[in-house]
Ligand binder design. Structure first.
Ligand code: CO
Length: 139
């Protein structure tokens, strides 16, 4: 079951500059940087009540975020819904014809199980589902 909007992710070409903007200019609390080598992505989270802003940046100048930046220069990258049973949601949505970017959930930022729904299944919007691992707790 989907239980909340976990975060909104913005692809950024200069991670340090964007972290400074969200901390100093916007006054948000910086919850730290979390690299996800498997996704070739570096993330930075700014929790807000009930949700977070996630900045995503290529970890080593390569990977899907680099491809996105090359094409679009930056922008709103994906929405993430929090799930309380990600396997059940994937099965339920697969049955309805949704396509996913991977076969099964993988480990993402903050030790969450994550999976992405293909944008073509959602009118061009990239949607992530995530579920914190039992031992991870909240952000
Ligand atoms: Co995300």
């Amino acid at each position: 079951m989907i239980v909340g909007l976990d975060h909104i992710a913005i692809a950024v070409p200069d991670l340090e500059k964007s972290i400074k903007r969200f901390m100093k200019d916007f006054g948000l609390t910086f919850n730290g940087q979390d690299d996800v080598p498997a996704a070739k992505t570096s993330t930075a989270f700014f929790p807000l009540s009930e949700t977070s802003i996630e900045l995503v940046h290529p970890l080593n100048g390569e990977g899907p975020i680099q491809g996105y930046l090359d094409k679009k220069g930056g922008g709103l990258h994906h929405l993430c819904f929090r799930s309380d049973d990600i396997e059940a949601d994937v099965a339920r949505l697969t049955e309805k014809g949704y396509q996913f970017l991977s076969e099964a959930p993988t480990l993402g930022a903050h030790n969450c199980k994550v999976i992405f729904i293909h944008p073509k299944s959602c009118d061009g919007v990239l949607i992530e589902l995530n579920q914190p691992q039992d031992d991870a707790g909240e952000h």
